[in-house]
Design a protein around this ligand. Structure first.
Ligand SMILES: CCCCCCCCCCCCCCCC(=O)SCCNC(=O)CCNC(=O)[C@H](O)C(C)(C)COP(=O)(O)OP(=O)(O)OC[C@H]1O[C@@H](n2cnc3c(N)ncnc32)[C@H](O)[C@@H]1OP(=O)(O)O
Ligand SMILES: O=P(O)(O)OC[C@H](O)CO
Length: 516
């Protein structure tokens, strides 16, 4: 019956048809590829299975569906897993493309391609494949995946000259979910069409039959075996310090590669996560600091605090508070610091959503990004008590510190630098182009969110403006100290740089936009 036929197809999927002989791996492994003297050579490959360590395309469709589309689209794509396996190669692609792209705005795909996918591609690059690609002068990528999902990354990060992928049909500002007339790109056919009589020098692929056809059209062919990538996962992955461009900014909510199993776990976790997030927020708002920490820890929040020494954080002036200068990972930083110190702090904010202002368990005061006005506001707040400022002005997820705006250094000489870091496994609690009001909820929905707070000693007077230093010198010195404490690299990048890259705007928020 049809069930048995389907089961047989699943079992046999990917294995050669009876008349196709079981071949021994006919091409050498990519590690055997000589890298020297390749500048005049042309390399062709697929990104999936060639450059990336896995040839599974599902997680990348899921990223587009979830981050560019919606949670419902992501759920439908996950459901499709139940029957994708019984379909042939072309139908699998057509179904994934339809669910992911039907009705998706073109600009949302562009934004995911620019701000979300590069992080996941970089983290999954195969070291040897990358070295081979980097050694050649000309590179062309052929893939059955839609071109729009890979072209930006390949050209911007890997200097690929041309990308040939499946073209999608659009209507107005939307994708239809259908393929253009040319249909699904078949790599070996596309390669022949592209090169005509010329023969590319190197072909790189997996040891599957599809790739066999493709790379055998090249002068030299190498394979990246799935097994190699898996067994030597630490050696076959491109290490972070060798990324072609540093990964500093990225966007999107998902902190994990959404394979089918990982996505299923996420969907099963979401209802529990929402309850836990509401519980964590409630204890933070309504209960005293110590009890709040205890209960939040019981739910899996991992808070570790270093340098908690009350004498070092007491103000020497009767009518002036201490200024805490804090690295910025999520908007909970001032709340967690206040909780760790067990004293109420005031935080200055920018682009904080109305909802976060309402539920914030500490006092928040808006900045305007008008230097004069903000100076006056912060001065007044310091005369009322302790204040916390995040001079980066925006969050950063990766181990980098953005430039510290120097204004704070002109306002206080009792400055306590605070190094803050966080780790999440499921959802990022920050966004550049999404709904900021959901930031604290997403962060607190993580099963075991980690917060690390290290309070450094008060800055000696001679290193402050009162001691003769300029405000920029003070700001940059503190940035370096905090960078050292966290093992992060200091940059001169600003909020404007981040928003221009991730959201295509300067990160300026008008008051009427803040209702979210
Ligand atoms: C459990 C319970 C759950 C509860 C759940 C809800 C929880 C909810 C809680 C919310 C708790 C609050 C969370 C708050 C978190 C935020 O809101 S953080 C954001 C707020 N912080 C900030 O904005 C940073 C501080 N801001 C400021 O100081 C002022 O706005 C600004 C940024 C100084 C405005 O000044 P500006 O003149 O526009 O900019 P500035 O950076 O000073 O640069 C001016 C020039 O000075 C020079 N310069 C400045 N700095 C430097 C430097 N370091 N080196 C060399 N040159 C420099 C440059 O020449 C620069 O020119 P450009 O290169 O930019 O052209
Ligand atoms: O939303 P971000 O990452 O720009 O951070 C800015 C402040 O924390 C207020 O949301």
């Amino acid at each position: 019956n049809s069930c048995q036929r389907a089961a047989r197809k699943v079992r046999n999927y990917g294995s050669p048809k009876p008349h196709q002989l079981p071949q021994p791996p006919s091409f050498p492994n990519i590690t055997k590829c000589e890298l020297n003297g390749r500048k005049s050579h042309t390399l062709v490959c697929d990104i999936f299975g060639g450059l990336l360590r896995s040839n599974s395309v599902f997680p990348y469709f899921m990223l587009v569906a979830f981050e560019g589309g919606s949670i419902i689209r992501a759920f439908l794509l996950l459901l499709s897993c139940s029957f994708l396996w019984v379909l042939d190669y072309e139908l699998q692609f057509r179904v994934m493309i339809f669910i992911t792209f039907c009705g998706l705005k073109i600009k949302h795909m562009e934004s995911v391609g620019r701000a979300v996918l590069p992080k996941f591609y970089l983290e999954n690059l195969n070291l040897h494949a990358y070295e081979a690609l980097a050694s050649t002068g000309s590179k062309v990528v052929f893939t059955s995946v839609p071109r729009v999902m890979v072209e930006g990354f390949l050209q911007e990060y890997l200097d690929v000259d041309d990308v040939k992928g499946t073209e999608l049909l659009t209507s107005g500002h939307y994708f239809t979910g259908l393929l253009s007339k040319s249909g699904l790109l078949m790599k070996h056919r596309a390669l022949k069409e592209y090169f005509g009589d010329r023969i590319p020098d190197i072909g790189l692929g997996t040891s599957s039959l599809h790739d066999d056809l493709f790379i055998s059209l090249c002068k030299e062919a190498y394979v990246v075996n799935k097994e190699d990538s898996k067994s030597n996962s630490s050696t076959s992955v491109l290490p972070r310090h060798r990324y072609p461009k540093p990964l500093i900014f990225h966007d999107g909510r998902l902190a994990f590669l959404p394979t089918p199993l990982a996505t299923l776990s996420m969907f099963l976790w979401i209802p529990i996560g929402i309850v836990i997030a509401i519980f964590r927020i409630s204890v933070g708002i309504f209960l005293p600091f110590k009890i709040a920490i205890f209960l939040a820890t019981c739910t899996g929040l991992n808070l570790s605090v270093k340098g908690l020494d009350s004498t070092s954080t007491k103000s020497n002036h009767e009518n002036r508070g201490v200024l805490y200068v804090c690295t910025h990972r999520t908007l909970l930083d001032p709340v967690i610091l206040s909780t760790a110190l067990a004293k109420p702090l005031t935080a200055v904010t920018y682009s904080l959503s109305k909802m976060s202002e309402v539920i914030a368990p500490i006092r928040t005061v808006r900045l305007t990004r008008d230097r004069k006005k903000d100076g006056k506001t912060m001065n007044k707040l310091l005369s009322e008590g302790d204040l916390v400022v995040c001079p980066e002005g925006t969050t950063c997820r990766e181990p980098y510190l953005l430039r510290f705006s120097s204004l704070f250094a002109e306002l206080a000489d009792e400055i306590v630098p605070v190094a803050v870091n966080t780790k999440v496994s499921m959802f990022y609690g920050t966004t550049a182009s999404g709904l900021k009001c959901l930031d604290p909820i997403f962060f607190l929905m993580n099963p075991r969110p980690v917060y690390y707070v290290e309070i450094l000693g008060k800055l000696p007077k001679e290193l402050t403006c009162a001691g003769g230093k300029s405000s920029c010198e003070v700001a940059n010195y503190i940035q370096r100290k905090l960078g050292d404490a966290l093992g992060f690299e200091c940059t001169t990048l600003t909020r404007k740089d981040k928003y221009l890259m991730l959201a295509g705007n300067e990160g300026i928020v008008s008051d009427n936009k803040r209702k979210n």
